[in-house]
Design a protein around this ligand. Structure first.
Ligand code: MFK
Ligand code: FAD
Length: 499
């Protein structure tokens, strides 16, 4: 046998992560770090184990069996190993529960865990994000009965009692524009609400609960008439089988996120409970959207971190023209440029995580609520786009090997494509950023930028001020200039996010 190329090795995702260490040292009191670091080290071990395991096992997808041998509808889903491990890892290391502790660093501590766990989780983080979002929306609703019913499960630190929640919004006619929702909520004579309709993308179909948008029977059209409902999916009376009023039509065959069982479902009278008023469901689900969008940003940077770590390691093992790749000036510059873009995205995503913690805890500065409202869509949309670009660049760093399935590398690129689509596409979030800018967003950003700039690079300060001035002039558009304003929204959002 001739030359054999050494495969890339993944450095320990926590012990070798200079950025995350620096952030936590800067942001957390030492008493918090000690406890957190035990979990981070364990999650780093798990990530390393999962990468090594993936190299020697055949990739699996979830499998749906709709009927048993005797003709009974069962809709049973077999999950991958990482998914079976998900509830145990998650609860043991408080991945989700830590975000709901009562202190201002709770969200930072949660998202540090998410960042280390995400790639190994095989997108078990998708339903975790939605569960976190559901817990947040339930708290915001003030519906005490539902809070007491669901939160002990959603935030459980014991796998035996842990529940996942879905987020049932998208329908065949309404993904970005949920105003087309056709699912109807009808009330029985005894007052029980039931949902009838079809949800087109359900990514936590193995979960025990969901928040669903539906139109109360007789309510008008459009999105303002939608209500937000809490549902449970399992029927304890039948040995924790799925409720018969929830039918799984099929699992989607997807470009990426293939371990995640995303289903098309029918609801045929599934019992449901409104979170609050029987209208303005979009307003009620907004706290969920903003939390899942933060997860999306953090998971997108986790994918970038993985791709760059592997490319950097490979650059020390692969030689060309008599040198390891890392010693070739242009290859080293390519890696450095990727790292620089990544570090900017890392800073933005974790800024949002910290802001969220402060705002929820009530310790935020006056401008920070509006700042969070603006930076959340900006972080989501920018990290979503950047992850595709950086994962693509990382694959190229491996040459032909980056295109070969059983290196495990192409999956990074396929998975990255989803970050820009779900939870609001780039365009939808650019328009959301406009909505936030039109409120107190721009003023909040100016206040924040002034603070960030103190002692910083004056050239960078000039660039940011110029972008903010440009944003302000766009926002002065008259109603007749609205089309031009919308057409420029993506450029504006990306400029602000990069700044
Ligand atoms: C592994 C990574 C983890 C990530 C997991 C992801 C799992 C993926 C699962 C999904 O994809 S779930 C489906 C997600 N779907 C979306 O994100 C929908 C995208 N579309 C939008 O976001 C639209 O902008 C929206 C549906 C909100 C538009 O609906 P409307 O009814 O036309 O919105 P409208 O009238 O502008 O807003 C209604 C109210 O909500 C307004 O408040 P008021 O009633 O008080 O005026 C808005 O200000 C408010 N609102 C909208 N978005 C908000 C918000 N408030 C706060 N934050 C927001 N983001
Ligand atoms: P459309 O809304 O039809 O968008 C098509 C195009 O039009 C996009 O490029 C969009 O940017 C653009 N567009 C739309 N409106 C505007 C506008 N006003 N201005 C400019 N451009 C616009 N949904 C759930 O509810 N629950 C889930 O669990 C879930 N899981 C998912 C899992 C995966 C793997 C994927 C891929 C999707 C999932 N979704 C889920 C659905 C996802 O949220 C939607 O696909 C997404 O919100 C876009 O909606 P749509 O597919 O209807 O696209």
């Amino acid at each position: 046998m001739g030359f054999l190329q050494a495969a890339p090795q993944l450095p320990h995702p926590w012990r070798n992560d200079r950025l995350l260490h620096a952030l936590l040292e800067r942001a957390l009191p030492s008493t918090h770090r000690t406890a957190l670091e035990t979990d981070l080290d364990a999650l780093g071990d798990y990530a390393l184990m999962a990468w090594q395991r993936a190299a020697v096992t055949t990739r699996r997808k979830p499998v749906l069996t709709q009927w048993d041998a005797w003709g009974r509808r069962v809709d049973r889903i077999e999950l991958t190993t990482a998914w079976q491990e998900g509830p145990h890892i998650t609860t043991r290391h408080a991945v989700l529960a830590s975000g709901h502790e009562n202190h201002e660093h709770a969200r930072l501590e949660e998202f540090a865990r998410v960042y280390l766990y995400h790639v190994a989780s095989e997108f078990y983080t998708c339903p975790l994000a939605m569960t976190d979002g559901a817990a947040t929306a339930l708290k915001a609703s003030g519906n005490q009965a539902l809070v007491e019913r669901a939160l002990p499960h959603f935030l459980s630190r014991d796998a035996a009692t842990f529940w996942l929640s879905g987020q049932w919004m998208t329908e065949t006619h309404g993904g970005s524009d949920v105003g087309h929702t056709e699912t109807v909520a009808r009330q029985d004579a005894d007052g029980q609400w039931r949902l009838y309709g079809r949800k087109w993308f359900s990514s936590a179909v193995v979960g025990e609960a969901a928040l669903a948008l539906a139109r109360p029977e007789g309510a008008g059209g459009g999105s303002g008439a939608l209500a937000l409902f809490y549902v449970e999916t399992m029927d304890d009376a039948h040995g924790a089988q799925r409720k018969p009023q929830l039918v799984i039509d099929r699992l989607k065959d997807k470009l990426g996120t293939q371990e995640l069982p995303t289903a098309e479902i029918h609801l045929d009278g599934l019992p449901a409970w409104p979170l609050g008023e029987l209208s303005n469901g979009v307003r009620q689900v907004a706290p969920m959207l903003n939390v899942t969008r933060t997860w999306n940003a953090v998971c997108a940077i986790a994918s970038m971190a993985r791709a760059i770590a592997l490319a950097r390691d490979y650059a020390m093992r692969r030689e060309a023209f008599g040198h390891p790749l890392i010693e070739l000036p242009l290859h080293a510059q390519t890696l450095a440029d990727m790292q620089a873009e990544f570090e900017g995205a890392f800073a933005l995503a974790f800024e949002v995580a910290q802001l969220l913690g402060r705002v929820e805890h009530g310790s935020a500065a006056p401008h920070e609520t509006a700042l969070l409202r603006l930076l959340t869509p900006l972080a989501k949309l920018w990290t979503g786009k950047l992850s595709v670009r950086l994962c693509s660049e990382a694959l190229e760093c491996f040459g032909g090997a980056g295109y070969i399935e059983d290196t495990g590398l192409p999956q990074l690129l396929r998975d990255a494509q989803v970050y820009a689509i779900w939870e609001g596409t780039t365009n939808v979030l650019s328009l959301d950023a406009l909505r936030a800018l039109a409120g107190d967003g721009l003023g909040a950003l100016r206040t924040a930028v002034a603070a960030w700039q103190q002692g910083g690079d004056p050239h960078a300060a000039f660039a940011i001020d110029a972008a903010l001035d440009a944003a302000a002039s766009h926002l002065d558009a008259t109603p007749t200039q609205r089309a031009a304003l919308e057409a420029g929204a993506r450029g504006l959002a990306i400029t602000l996010a990069r700044c």
